[in-house]
Design a protein around this ligand. Structure first.
Ligand code: 4NP
Length: 152
């Protein structure tokens, strides 16, 4: 199973999702899931995650400082089984790019039914937004891992 997390810039939400999901996946050593992240936009290609995302993740024992931003490619739709968007705008962009017959596309938060459906973009807000994003990503990661448990 291969999972790709997607947001707009690939410097805040989706690298955080990759880090949170990978940390929780490591606690389930019998499961085999490959994880990556990408952005629908190309503004930040090659850059490390936003310093505020790095700091917030570090407080929870997750190091995302080595990740580098990249843009979604047509190949991603064939290489990945699941492509998980952070918000509806990301999902709409992915649907436009999708050549078809490949990955399933979903909002990541669909897996956590007691949470809001969209991960809010924390880029223009304060530090509290980054904490809220991590809380949501933790809930959705655990729910997705439960769902995938029997398949991977
Ligand atoms: P992300 O946040 O999509 O969670 O990585 C953003 C990062 C940068 C921009 C927008 C959102 N930007 O417009 O530069």
């Amino acid at each position: 199973m291969k999972v790709l997390f997607v947001c707009l810039g690939n410097i805040c939400r989706s690298p955080s999702a990759e880090g949170v999901f990978s940390q929780r996946l490591a606690q389930r050593p019998h499961m085999h899931v490959a994880v990556d992240s990408a952005g629908t936009a190309g503004y930040h290609i090659g850059k490390a995650p936003d310093a505020r995302s790095v700091a917030a993740a570090r407080k929870r024992g997750i190091d995302i400082s080595g990740l580098r931003a990249r843009q979604v490619t047509a190949e991603d739709f064939h290489r990945f089984d699941l492509i998980l968007a952070m918000d509806r705008s990301n999902l709409a962009d992915l649907r436009r790019l999708d050549p078809g017959n490949g990955a399933e596309l979903h909002l990541f938060m669909e897996y956590a039914p007691d949470q809001p459906l969209e991960v809010p973009d924390p880029y223009y807000g304060g530090d509290q937004g980054f904490e809220q994003v991590l809380d949501m990503l933790e809930a959705a990661s655990d729910a997705l891992l439960d769902e995938l448990q029997s398949r991977c």
